[in-house]
Design a protein around this ligand. Structure first.
Ligand SMILES: Nc1ncnc2c1ncn2[C@@H]1O[C@H](COP(=O)(O)OP(=O)(O)OP(=O)(O)O)[C@@H](O)[C@H]1O
Length: 455
């Protein structure tokens, strides 16, 4: 150990051992405390907050079963689940020490010890403690953010939405992985939140990651984290989203945007239930419930070999299909009323209703951008309206997309390029909006623009 790091608590009934270990560790660590009484461990955890606890396996005279060690290990873990406990054990106890590791101990030091080996074991214990503390702090931050979120209000009285709610109700005690399918803006994100709020993991971390917004090169560092020095900019180690979500829920949005290589990495993590930080040497166990969402036809992607079937099986134990807004009948009016109320309040405008002709216009429209588009349309109308009632003229809805293509040009790439140009023009260069108009993610849009630029 180069710098003095870590607070060490040594618990052993043999005062000679305590003396020798204290003498050995003092020059290398921040602080050492010793005790012959395991009953005082809880007190030391509270007042001294040790990073590493060196624990003897037998305390009563002549005892050699190791049961006491296991007993105190369990007690320590009940008090502090992140505690790093290293057993100090006679050679003959090696077998038990291996069992102890299965029971949650971090490592063991055989007696008599080799000085360098002992120092190295304690140093990695201190390092492990630091990582566990970092991850649990991140978890607390995420949980604190989530606790501010109440149950999301998902509006819908149509038959299709009612049967969706019935299915969600049946899923409330299930821990199964769920795949949420639906067009852009149908409410997949909202439904994922609802599923989380009514799951047994509610209140535990809920980590959302938009896979469409992560370039392939950052996939591993974002999802699995990295160790200090893993790459040039890795000045400090960082936990990945899987680690932060462990114990809770990981929401992988835009799952259809994964490349074959990232699909493979994700599959391995899910199958093994463990990840390896970039530059790391030991795997980290993870326990997450997966919620995934996509607006692409994932089964079609599997049929065309763009998406791995084995990965799909891992994520779609249950599939939920969120219907497009145009299939929800009276929900259009219901949602319009809901957004009217919200935006009238937000912009402090005394607008009370929507005229019959405006409602007719809203009902006749096909809403390619679904609820998000309706929300924007309502916000715009509320801002621009002058009377108490929203009229048909307050809604500037996009004309339905022209599906017929000119017969003289059927070149797919050229059609795609021209669609991108049109979308960018309509969206005034706003990449998010253009991507939405095209029904693809912003990341895919960037990739396609790059492809055409290189020609
Ligand atoms: N049933 C609903 N009731 C109330 N608000 C809704 C409903 N569905 C969607 N919304 C609102 O519409 C907006 C878009 O919803 P959301 O982001 O969940 O859609 P999405 O399907 O995840 O979109 P994308 O495919 O672009 O990721 C959000 O502001 C959301 O709160």
């Amino acid at each position: 150990m180069t710098t003095k790091q870590g607070k060490i608590l040594i618990v052993d009934d043999n005062e000679d051992i305590l003396f020798a270990l204290n003498l050995l560790l003092q020059p290398h660590v921040e602080k050492v405390k010793v005790t012959t009484q395991p009953e005082r461990i809880a007190h030391f955890i509270e007042t001294f907050a040790p990073d590493v606890i060196l624990l003897d396996m037998n305390f009563t005279k002549d005892a050699d079963s190791g049961h006491e060690g296991f007993f105190w290990l369990k007690k320590i873990k009940e008090t502090d689940s992140d505690a790093v406990v290293i057993f100090v054990t006679a050679y003959s106890d090696t077998e038990k020490a291996v069992q102890a590791i299965k029971a949650g101990a971090t490592d063991f030091i055989p007696k008599p010890w080799a000085k360098d080996k002992l120092l190295a074991t304690v140093a990695s214990g201190v390092e492990l403690r630091r990582k566990r503390t970092e991850v649990s702090q991140l978890k607390k931050q995420v949980a604190a953010l989530e606790s501010n979120l109440s149950f999301p209000e998902v509006i819908g009285e149509s038959q299709v939405m009612q049967s969706l709610f019935e299915t969600i109700d049946k899923l409330k005690n299930a821990d199964a992985n769920i795949l949420i399918l639906g067009e852009n803006g149908t409410g997949k994100d909202l439904i994922a939140n609802l599923l989380y709020c009514c799951s047994p993991r509610a209140g535990k971390p809920f980590v959302h990651i938009d896979l469409g917004a992560i370039p392939e090169t950052l996939f591993e560092s974002e999802l699995f984290g990295y160790e200090k020095g893993a790459f040039t900019d890795a000045k400090k180690e960082k936990a990945g989203r899987f680690e932060i979500a462990s114990g809770g829920t990981l929401f992988l949005d835009e799952i259809g945007n994964l490349t074959p290589a990232t699909q493979m990495k994700l599959l391995t993590a899910i199958e093994k239930q463990q990840i390896m930080r970039l530059g790391g040497t030991s795997p980290i166990h993870i326990n997450v419930r997966l919620l995934c969402a996509t607006n692409v036809d994932i089964h079609e992607m599997v049929a065309r070999s763009y998406f791995r079937q084995d990965l799909l099986y891992r994520i779609n134990t249950i599939e939920l299909h969120i219907p497009p807004l145009r299939e929800r009948g009276k929900d259009i009016e219901l949602l319009a009323g809901h957004f009217l109320h919200r935006f009238a309040k937000k912009y402090k405008k005394d607008i009370r209703c929507i005229s019959t002709s405006a409602l007719r216009k809203l009902n006749a429209y096909n809403w390619p951008g679904n609820v998000r588009e309706l929300q924007h349309a309502m916000e715009r109308a509320v801002i621009l309206a002058s009377g108490y009632t929203l009229s048909a003229d307050d809604f500037m809805l996009k004309p339905a997309p022209v599906r017929k293509t000119k017969s003289e040009n059927l070149n797919l790439e050229e059609l795609e390029q021209s669609a991108i140009e049109k979308a960018l023009e309509q969206a005034d260069g706003n990449m998010n909006q253009a991507a939405e108009l095209l029904g693809i993610s912003r990341f895919t849009l960037y990739r396609k623009i790059d492809k055409y630029k290189q020609r």
